[in-house]
Design a protein. Structure first.
Length: 316
């Protein structure tokens, strides 16, 4: 009796397993290469550079060899005013993002426009290049593509970097490395879900948002707010500075660790940061011996803290 039940069970199990294998093999499947890159996908790839994690270009995760994101309000060549434009500057030798190296991954229309009108095939990694994202039309539909502004406008990396101030320069690619290296993803996700997340954390991402991002940093187990759109709900650099130096300055019961060590030795004015003094002053504040907390130093423009804040504020 027992043996017969076993045989029935084994057959049912076989049918279920075989059936699911058939579905995997024969159902028309989604070819991920055919998914067109969204505007956000193009911008993310250009901001982050080739790889945003361990790589031969940056084995110790210092955030080296990454592109810079800059805001242009004037044509860097002629000086004429232009609409506010984000440009992605790849200095000589900085590895190009995957969509420039393998345009196919952007999807057919985006690939065609980027190659024909955007001239990305002419970009030369050894000499560096400046890219922008432009709106065009393909088969009557508006879509975005990548333009190699070095070829189309004659903007060289040197020229563009000279034309922008430090304030209009963002180290987003280096900051993504900090996010991965510091393990922010142990607590935070970059993946709002389809359900109740819409109300608190904003829209879930779309497939085409990831065409040239490697690796993604979705996170796994959420212990803290989702950060995919954090720059839209809080765009204050000052708040980010205080919160990373010591989260308890702005959220008294936060369990988030402090990341003050990302400031390094000196602040933006070149003064040595006295961490022992700062922490002693903060303890006095926390125990009520001081009325105000000590001031948070401004991070230097080439510090890990600056990179991280630039990345977090780019999450719109
Ligand atoms: C131990 C878990 C933990 C880790 C690790 C952690 N955080 Fe947090 N984070 C929190 C919690 C909890 C909050 C909510 C309370 C607060 O604001 O401090 C938070 C809040 C934030 C906020 C504000 C979110 C909002 O909705 O306004 C940002 C931005 C942030 N974290 C960034 C980071 C970054 C970047 C890292 C990595 C350098 C990091 N966090 C690491 C737990 C963590």
């Amino acid at each position: 009796m027992a043996f017969r039940e076993y045989k029935v069970g084994a057959r049912l199990f076989g049918i279920a397993l075989g059936g699911s294998m058939m579905i995997t093999l024969y159902m028309p499947s989604l070819d991920i290469v055919q998914v067109s890159s969204t505007e956000m996908g193009l911008r993310k790839g250009l901001m982050y550079g080739r790889v945003g994690g361990f790589s031969v270009e940056d084995p110790f995760l210092h955030g080296d060899n990454k592109p810079l994101t800059v805001v242009l309000r004037n044509d860097p060549k002629t000086g004429a005013p232009i609409d506010e434009t984000y440009a992605y500057v790849y200095d000589a030798g900085v590895p190009f993002t995957s969509s420039i190296r393998h345009p196919r991954i952007m999807g057919k229309g985006v690939e065609d426009l980027s190659l024909d009108k955007g001239k990305i095939g002419q970009a030369n990694q050894a000499q560096g290049a400046v890219f922008v994202v432009t709106e065009g039309r393909w088969n009557g539909e508006p879509i975005h593509y990548i333009e190699n502004a070095t070829a189309t406008h004659g903007w060289t990396p040197d020229m563009v970097l000279k034309a922008v101030s430090d304030k209009d320069t963002q180290h987003v690619g280096s900051g993504k490395i900090m996010f991965v290296r510091e393990g922010c993803w142990w607590c935070h996700t970059l993946l709002p879900e389809q359900t109740q997340d819409w109300q608190s954390f904003g829209a879930p991402p779309r497939l085409g948002d990831f065409n040239s991002e490697s690796p993604t940093a979705f996170g796994s187990d959420r212990k803290a707010p989702d950060l995919l759109h954090v720059g839209s709900r809080n765009s204050s650099r000052e708040w980010m500075m205080m919160h990373f130096f010591n989260p308890r300055l702005v959220q008294p019961h936060s369990i988030m660790p402090r990341y003050d060590y990302l400031w390094g030795e000196k602040d933006a004015s070149g003064n040595v940061i006295n961490y022992n003094q700062w922490r002693a002053d903060y303890s006095d504040f926390a125990s009520g011996k001081r009325i105000y907390p000590p001031e948070v130093p401004e991070p230097a423009s080439k510090s890990d803290a600056r990179y991280l804040i630039d990345f977090v504020l780019s999450l719109k």
